[in-house]
Design a protein around this ligand. Structure first.
Ligand code: MTE
Ligand code: MO
Length: 218
């Protein structure tokens, strides 16, 4: 919204002034595409989504079933570890909290962490507590339109900050898996794709938690 009124530079000043731009970030009006590997060719007839691990009953939903779940719309400021931020992005999809509140899934009390499993083996991990917040969403739509293939069609996780920051925990965008196919609930944590390569496990942009300072790959 700012971008339509101000230029990029002005919007950046505005973002900093209103405390919405974490340190070390620059605003972009574009929507950069970033991922490892190639864009999968997804056919909805073969698509499904699984909930497994520490839940009372494991679930598998096909695309039609997934679209019957309660829907949520949110506006987020996105922060990428590669130093761009994008304000006021609009997403629509399904929140984990709505699935729990609506009794669609029952998470066992021992579950502490969630692994997002994506096409082609990409994974990323977060505490369950973070995934239950309303600044994290399994999104099917961006800006009123179905996701484009390069941004994660048909389903991606997205995480960001609210404009007022709401004192909620946030994370850099790599914690939002594109081409999401499953959520695994676990007692213990398990590092995801970038986390194993040395990205910070908590990834809070407000604390500039970009890298962990070690890597299992040396
Ligand atoms: N499946 C998958 N999801 C992914 C990635 C990836 O490589 N594979 N990269 C992450 C990273 S590093 C970023 S910054 C964001 C980028 O999202 P965008 O391309 O929609 O901007 O996607 C995240 N989700
Ligand atoms: Mo990234």
């Amino acid at each position: 919204m700012l971008g339509k009124i101000f230029g990029r530079r002005e919007a950046e000043v505005q973002g900093k002034a209103t405390n919405r731009l974490p340190s070390g970030q620059s605003l972009t009006q574009k929507f950069p595409v970033l991922h490892y590997g190639s864009v999968p060719d997804t056919h909805l007839s073969q698509w499904d989504f699984r909930i497994y691990g520490l839940v009372e009953v494991e679930k598998t939903w096909n695309w039609a079933e997934f679209n019957q779940l309660p829907r949520t719309k949110i506006q987020l400021d996105l922060h990428c570890v590669t130093r761009w931020s994008k304000l006021d992005t609009t997403w629509e999809g399904v929140s984990l909290k709505s699935l729990v509140d609506g009794g669609f899934i029952n998470i066992k009390p021992e579950a502490n962490y969630v692994i997002q499993h994506c096409e082609q083996g990409y994974t990323t991990n977060t505490p369950l507590e973070l995934l239950m917040q309303d600044n994290m969403l399994m999104a099917t739509h961006y800006d009123g339109q179905p996701l484009t293939p390069d941004h994660g069609y048909p389903l991606r996780m997205v995480i960001g900050s609210f404009a007022d920051r709401s004192e909620k925990k946030s994370a850099y965008l790599w914690k939002g898996g594109k081409w999401l196919r499953a959520l695994e609930f676990r007692q213990d944590d398990q590092l995801g794709f970038w986390e194993r390569l040395g990205y910070h496990n908590e990834a809070d942009p407000w604390k500039e938690q970009r890298f962990s300072g070690f890597s299992f790959l040396g």
